[in-house]
Design a protein around this ligand. Structure first.
Ligand SMILES: NC(=O)NCCC(=O)O
Ligand SMILES: [Zn+2]
Length: 484
């Protein structure tokens, strides 16, 4: 069976042109004029783009005494409804647990996925076992990205010696380092001080994590990555302090990428001062939402290329779960949703406002991250031989975002009431139509794990550079006698 997408305009990260797309066996078989197939999808007036890739999700994540409510089924259904065709989740080993055992748990959870997915590995503790497992994880399991939490003291956080050891190992193995950059020690001090002064509400979460804790941790991670000679990906860059560090590093030729979230681009810190406790607590995430100046910085980063990828950090907790933190903001599970809304919100606030071109939209929602993760052009491309992960984007379609109509399993939406213009007409996952003009036709278990080899182009360039610039003993001609 073949499917043809007809009469659309193809938009990739670098080209915009009219052509039909023929799909066979889940892959793009042909691109050109007047193609025919067994089934036709009409893309008149629409843009045919690579499906979105969200590289930062936490589905059924064990965190803060509970599990995030969207699992691989509802989470990937929400993704497809919003035009995203691949997600990357974080595999989190327990203290002392082998990385391979942790992957088994993630393998079990992910069998229900409706779209393709991959994993990042988290380094949550350090020892010989982790050091050894890292090689197997990269070379046999196809996971080349390793996240380090500089926040969440006493839980997921790693210290600088562990960070440096892990970064060095990644440099040897051709992996990519990732960081959640907030100074966990300072956050813990600030949180304790706020509570002691009677600040127990959700707004204190934001006070306890000022931009400085993020700027400091981002700078520290960049310098440690530079010393180890490893590429660095900074997740959820939310403020100018962190963006400034990334921008400077990139100007200096360092291999660093920054990832703003759609929430930080479009929602601000006034949400935490809402008199309704539930409203504010539902928006508690780390880093917290920032003010307009920080938002302007993030948009400028996307426009200028100093920031590379827009993600969601989708980690959705119900109102009931958020209420674990009534009377103590440090117990509010950290995380917000956004998988279904990332692409429409970014199109509306980015392309519709003229901040981003359509090609830049494709770059930051799909192609850039496919290249960074080393799965391009299988993913993130409209090209012959690529997986047919495609979104047919209707720029005239509108809706008002509402929890009552969402795919996510939680009972609210942080974008509730926002009008969006630009939505999927069709979303295809490896050729299968999962969203058909608003109708959900997802297939549980259709999603497959995407292996990503280590030693991608950036690693190879960096290791050549590291070798060329490594310290070498000077071959001297005249050496004075010792001990005279
Ligand atoms: N971001 C957040 O608040 N929750 C998810 C876990 C993380 O990425 O820090
Ligand atoms: Zn994080």
């Amino acid at each position: 069976m073949t499917t043809v997408i007809k009469n659309g305009t193809i938009v990739t990260h670098d080209l915009t042109y009219k052509a039909d797309v023929l799909i066979e066996g889940g892959k793009i078989a042909q691109i050109g004029p007047n193609l025919t197939g067994d089934t036709a999808l009409d893309a008149t007036g629409a843009y045919v783009m690579p499906g979105g890739i969200d590289p930062h999700v936490h589905l059924e994540m064990p965190f803060m005494g509970t599990y995030s409510t969207d699992d691989f089924e509802s989470g990937t259904r929400a993704a497809l409804a919003g035009g995203t065709t691949m997600v990357v989740d974080f595999c989190l080993p327990n203290q002392g647990e082998s990385l391979l055992d942790a992957i088994k748990r993630w393998d079990n959870k992910s069998t229900r996925a409706n779209c393709d997915y991959s994993f990042h590995m988290a380094v949550t503790w350090w020892g010989e076992q982790v050091f050894n497992d890292m090689k197997t994880v990269i070379e046999e399991r196809g996971i080349n990205t390793f996240k380090h939490f500089l926040a969440y003291k006493g839980a997921l956080m790693v210290n600088d010696d562990e960070l440096y050891s892990s970064f060095n190992r990644l440099s040897e193995l051709g992996g990519i380092a990732m960081v959640h950059a907030e100074n966990g020690d300072v956050v813990a001090e600030l949180a304790a001080k706020l509570k002691a002064a009677g600040n127990t509400g959700p707004e204190a979460h934001a006070y306890s994590r000022p931009p400085q804790v993020e700027g400091e941790a981002t700078n520290r991670a960049i310098m440690i990555a530079d010393m180890a000679g490893v590429p660095l990906y900074v997740v959820h860059t939310s403020c100018e302090e962190s963006h400034e560090a990334i921008r400077r590093a990139r100007q200096q030729g360092k291999r660093v990428w920054g990832e703003p979230l759609i929430q930080h681009l479009t929602l601000d810190d006034s949400e935490y001062f809402n008199p309704d406790w539930d409203h504010a607590a539902r928006r508690v995430m780390s880093p917290p939402f920032r003010n307009k100046q920080h938002q302007d910085s993030l948009w400028a980063g996307l426009q200028s290329g100093s920031l590379s990828v827009v993600a969601t950090d989708h980690c959705a907790f119900t109102t009931e779960q958020k209420r674990y933190g009534v009377g103590d903001f440090t117990k509010i599970p950290n995380g917000t949703g956004g998988l279904e809304d990332r692409m429409p919100m970014l199109w509306t606030h980015g392309v519709e406002t003229g901040r981003l071109t359509m090609n830049e939209f494709v770059a930051v929602t799909s192609t850039n991250i496919a290249k960074i993760l080393n799965c391009y052009p299988r993913k993130g491309a409209i090209a012959v031989g690529a997986d047919a992960d495609i979104v047919v984007w209707d720029p005239a379609k509108t809706k008002t975002i509402s929890a009552s109509a969402q795919q996510s399993a939680i009972d609210y939406n942080v974008f509730e009431g926002k009008e969006v213009k630009g939505l999927p007409r069709f979303t295809l996952t490896r050729g299968q139509v999962a969203i058909h003009d608003g109708e959900v036709r997802t297939q549980e278990g259709h999603g497959q794990f995407v292996k990503r080899a280590g030693n991608g182009v950036t690693n190879r360039a960096l290791s050549t550079w590291k070798d060329l610039t490594a310290p070498r003993p000077v071959q001297r001609t005249g050496i004075p006698a010792t001990g005279v």
